[in-house]
Design a protein around this ligand. Structure first.
Ligand SMILES: [Zn+2]
Length: 416
C-alpha cells in the first residue's frame, strides 16, 4: 500500500486549539485493509468514506497498538478492513473527516494556541502513514489577519489560504502568527515567522545566504529551492526541516547572537544540507548517512567561510564529545530512537568522514559528497552502500572494508 497524494482541507480556530478537517487520500495497491493510520489522540474520526463505481462505502476504523518503529510517542493507531468490493484495487481514494484539539504532540514540538500555530507531523494533525512521502494540497480556513506558512507553493484563494507541493514530502507543516507579530514578507528574505528576535538574527541571515549559494555551487541544485527559516517561539525542542522549510526555535541564549553566531549559522547549514541528504531510511541505522553528511557538509562550508581555525575547533570538540561519552554503541547497532543516536550518528559519523578527508584531501572529499548528493536527489532511497560506492567511484580505491569496520565498531577516536 502506498500513499500518493494527500488533499487537506482544514479549518483552524486558534483560540480553541482546535481543527476540523477533511483529508482526501489517494492510495495505490491497497489489498484488503488500510493499515497503520496514525493520528493525534485528541482528534476523533467523524466519518470515513470511500467512493468506488459511483457507490459510497462507509468505513470503520479500529484502534490497534502503535507500531514499535514509530517515532511519534503521542499517537493513536488505526486500521480499516475494506469491504470485498474495495479489495485489491490499483487506486483507491478515501475521505477522512475528523476534528478535535491539538493539545499534545511528540516532544511538545507542535501546538495550536491563540497567539501561534506550529503543526508538523509531530502533532499528527492529518492521517499519517509510516515511511511515506507524498505530494499534497492544503486549503486552510483560518484567521485572515494571520500570516500562514507551509512547506509548499502558495496558490491564490479569495477567502482561504492554499498551497500545493508536487515534490514528495515526508510531512505537511503549517505555521501561523498574527500579522502584527510576524516578520513582514520580503522578496529575498530567508527568515520568516516570529519577528521577536528578527533584528538580532538579520546579520546571520546575510552570511547564511552567501554560504548556501556556495553550497548549491558545490552540490548542484536541490529538488527544491526557496529555502526559508521560520522562527517559532517555543523554548523547548530543536529545529527540523520539511522540504524547503526549516522550523527554528528563536529563543537562543544571548551569546548565540554574537560570540557563537557562527555555530548558529553552521546549524542552519546542517538543516539546509537536508535538501540533498534526506533519502536514507529514518527507521534504521542507515539514517547516519543523512545526519552525518548534513553535519559534515556544514563543517566543510564553515571551513571555507570562517577559516581553518573554526573548523579545527569543531573537529576537536567532536572528538572530545566521543571520548567523554561512555559506552557508545556502533552505528549499525542502533536507530535514531536510541538515546545516544545524536552523538553516534552526527558526531561520530562526521568524524568518520573527516578521517577519510585526512587521507584523500579536501577536494576529493568534496567530490565524494557531491557525487552522493546527486544520487540522493535522483533516487527514492540511499544507504551506506551508496556512500561507499561514491567513495570508490571518486577515489578509484576500495573503501568497503574500512567503512564497514567503522560503522560496525564502537566509536573510538583512536581507531580513526
Ligand atoms: Zn539533521
Amino acid at each position: 500500500m502506498n500513499v500518493e497524494n494527500v488533499n487537506l482541507d482544514i479549518k483552524i480556530t486558534p483560540e480553541e486549539s482546535s481543527l476540523t478537517a477533511i483529508a482526501l487520500i489517494s492510495f495505490k495497491n491497497v489489498k484488503s485493509k488500510i493499515s497503520g493510520i496514525i493520528l493525534n489522540p485528541d482528534l476523533s474520526w467523524d466519518k470515513i468514506i470511500a467512493v468506488h463505481d459511483n457507490r459510497e462505502y462507509q468505513l470503520k476504523p479500529i484502534e490497534i497498538d502503535i507500531p514499535e518503529d514509530i517515532l511519534y510517542r503521542v499517537a493513536k493507531a488505526w486500521e480499516i478492513k475494506l469491504p470485498s468490493e474495495l479489495n485489491n484495487l490499483e487506486n483507491l481514494t478515501v475521505s477522512f473527516v475528523y476534528s478535535g484539539k491539538i493539545l499534545k504532540s511528540t516532544w511538545d514540538l507542535n501546538y495550536i494556541n491563540s497567539t501561534e500555530v506550529e503543526l508538523a507531523d509531530y502533532a499528527l494533525w492529518y492521517p499519517y502513514f509510516n515511511q511515506m512521502s507524498f505530494s499534497f494540497n492544503l486549503t486552510l480556513h483560518a484567521p485572515q489577519d494571520w500570516i500562514w506558512i507551509s512547506n509548499a507553493y502558495p496558490k491564490p484563494c479569495k477567502h482561504c489560504f492554499k498551497w500545493r507541493n508536487s515534490n514528495p514530502q515526508i510531512g505537511v507543516v503549517l505555521i501561523g502568527f498574527p500579522e502584527k507579530q510576524a516578520i513582514p514578507e520580503r522578496d529575498d528574505g530567508i527568515l520568516e515567522g516570529s519577528k521577536k528576535n528578527y533584528n538580532k538574527l538579520k546579520p546571520l541571515e546575510t552570511e547564511f545566504k552567501k554560504i548556501i549559494k556556495k553550497q548549491i555551487d558545490w552540490l548542484g541544485s536541490p529538488n527544491q529551492e526557496n529555502f526559508s527559516i521560520v522562527l517559532v517561539r517555543r523554548e523547548k525542542g530543536g529545529a527540523y526541516v520539511r522540504g524547503n522549510l526549516m522550523i527554528y526555535p528563536e529563543e537562543l541564549p544571548e551569546d548565540y547572537f554574537t560570540k557563537y553566531s557562527r555555530n548558529v549559522i553552521a546549524s542552519w547549514i546542517h538543516e539546509h544540507s537536508h535538501l540533498w541528504f534526506n533519502k536514507a531510511p529514518s527507521d534504521n541505522w542507515h539514517n547516519w548517512i543523512d545526519e552525518s553528511l548534513a553535519e559534515y557538509s556544514a563543517y566543510l562550508l564553515a571551513k571555507d567561510y570562517f577559516g581553518d581555525e573554526f573548523f579545527e575547533t569543531i573537529i576537536k570538540r567532536r572528538k572530545e564529545l566521543i571520548e567523554e561519552a561512555s559506552e557508545l554503541p556502533a552505528i549499525n547497532s542502533i536507530n535514531r530512537l536510541h538515546e545516544k543516536s545524536y552523538t553516534v550518528f552526527y558526531h561520530w559519523g562526521a568524524l568518520i568522514h573527516e578521517s577519510i578527508r585526512e587521507k584523500i584531501g579536501t577536494e576529493l572529499m568534496k567530490k565524494v559528497i557531491a557525487h552522493l548528493a546527486q544520487k540522493s536527489i535522483s533516487r527514492e532511497q540511499v544507504d551506506t552502500t551508496d556512500y561507499i560506492e561514491s567513495l570508490n567511484a571518486v577515489t578509484k580505491e576500495d573503501w568497503t572494508d574500512i567503512v564497514n569496520k567503522l560503522v560496525s565498531s564502537k566509536p573510538d577516536v583512536k581507531t580513526l
